[in-house]
Design a protein around this ligand. Structure first.
Ligand SMILES: Cc1ncc(COP(=O)(O)O)c(C=O)c1O
Length: 392
């Protein structure tokens, strides 16, 4: 296949992180400090993160997956329970429901936003439903007033998967303070990264305290307090917890990035507007919608490619962009279509039409504060060229 765009010397890696020098230096200081485990840096990161979110408690863990699992454990989700969630999410969101011994109950999404549809969620409620686990997909907050009303009416817990939505607000209220508990991700593609890492936020002190115990084997005192506070390294196992703690190396990286979040969001907002302007007139491409009642975290710039109107289907476009040196992402192949979920829970194609349409048509273009304006313009140029040529 002939392709007119020469491969650039630099492949546009999807989701490349932007790390300030201070973060790298802070991590190196920890490496030289003699204490690498969970310690003072984790405590400082938790405090600063809680202030940033505007929540009383933040508990640092090894991943968002760990934070989600702890959230389910804290509200008592277990065997026999059902948790309603979206099929348009990363596997972690539903896998943790299975880890907790419960049944993941998918409900369809709003085709316009990709977020869980509150009416579909309501229809999925049964006497076994214990919680609703919403995902602020791509950085766009869910319709939280509707979910809060459902949670109140049916006496359910509401958990936010805020992996994409660190900087987001819903009707002036910060994501991470809206549900009973929220989970954030610091995976490398996220706007704040600690390599791997996550944070659990809540306003319930008892949950925060138990999360601190559960994140480290259920021990009564963590290693920092055992080895440094007094000379007697005693502890007791209070319950069989997990190995979900965050290290001081990770926390130092995270703490140093917090002051940059707003600046980087402005940068992504600008790139987002360039994509909107550059792609708006192309046939068969649906751009992400704008909503005035939200602050969108601009994590994923997802378009939908309608194969009946566009010259290429989504998969061909991914292939052509790759040839032009542009990495893209699929967010997501709907979870109910994956083998495990089909076989273990009887999900079938056709059950959630909007999720399936997104699953087939969605494509995320590279978007990161690490990129330069010329990178975004290059992506737009390549796509416009492909649409003009109409074949390859
Ligand atoms: C929506 C969503 N939830 C949960 C996760 C899991 O995050 P982590 O990799 O930090 O465990 C991800 C990861 O990318 C995600 O996109």
């Amino acid at each position: 296949m002939r392709f007119p765009f020469p491969r650039r010397d630099r492949y546009l890696v999807f989701g490349a992180p932007r790390l300030p020098e201070e973060a790298i230096e802070a991590a190196v200081r920890v490496l030289r400090s003699g204490w690498l485990g969970t310690g003072p840096q984790v405590a400082a990161f938790e405090k600063a993160f809680a202030e940033y979110i505007g929540t009383p408690f933040a508990v640092a863990v090894g991943s968002c997956t760990a934070a989600l699992h702890l959230a389910l454990r804290l509200v008592g989700v277990g065997p026999g329970d059902e948790v309603i969630t979206t099929p348009i999410t990363f596997a972690a969101t539903a896998n943790v429901i299975v880890h907790a011994g419960a049944r993941p109950v998918f409900a369809d999404v709003d085709l316009r936003t990709g977020n869980l549809d509150p009416e579909a969620a309501q229809s999925a409620i049964t006497s076994r439903t214990k919680a609703i686990l919403v995902v602020h997909y791509g950085g766009r907050p869910c319709e939280m007033d509707a979910f809060l009303a459902l949670a109140r009416r049916y006496d359910l817990f509401l958990i936010e998967d805020a992996a994409h939505a660190l900087e987001a607000f819903y009707r002036g209220r910060k994501v991470g303070t809206l549900g009973d508990l929220a989970a954030f991700s610091f995976y490398p593609t996220k706007s704040l990264t600690t390599g791997e890492g996550g944070m659990l936020t809540t306003s319930v002190e008892a949950w925060a305290e138990r999360a601190r115990i559960l994140r480290l084997h259920g021990l009564s005192r963590d290693a920092w307090r055992r080895y440094s506070e007094d000379a007697f390294p005693d502890y007791e196992v209070l319950e069989p917890g997990y190995k979900y703690n965050m290290t001081d190396i990770q926390a130092a990286l995270g703490l140093a990035q917090l002051p940059y979040l707003e600046r980087w969001l402005r940068c992504r907002e600008y790139y987002w507007s360039l994509y909107n302007q550059g792609l708006q007139d192309l046939a068969g491409i649906s751009l992400p919608p704008e909503d005035t009642h939200l602050v969108h975290a601009r994590h994923l710039y997802t378009i939908r490619v309608n194969p009946r109107e566009a010259p290429f289907d989504r998969d061909t476009l991914i292939h052509l962009l790759h040839k032009a040196g542009i990495g893209t992402g699929i967010h997501y192949k709907a979870l109910h279509l994956h083998r495990f979920y089909r076989e273990a829970f009887g999900y079938r194609p056709g059950m959630f039409p909007s999720a399936e349409r997104i699953s087939e048509e969605t494509l995320s273009l590279p978007l990161s504060a690490h990129m330069e304006e010329s990178d975004i313009l290059y992506v737009i140029d390549v796509i416009r060229f492909l649409w003009r040529e109409g074949r390859f």
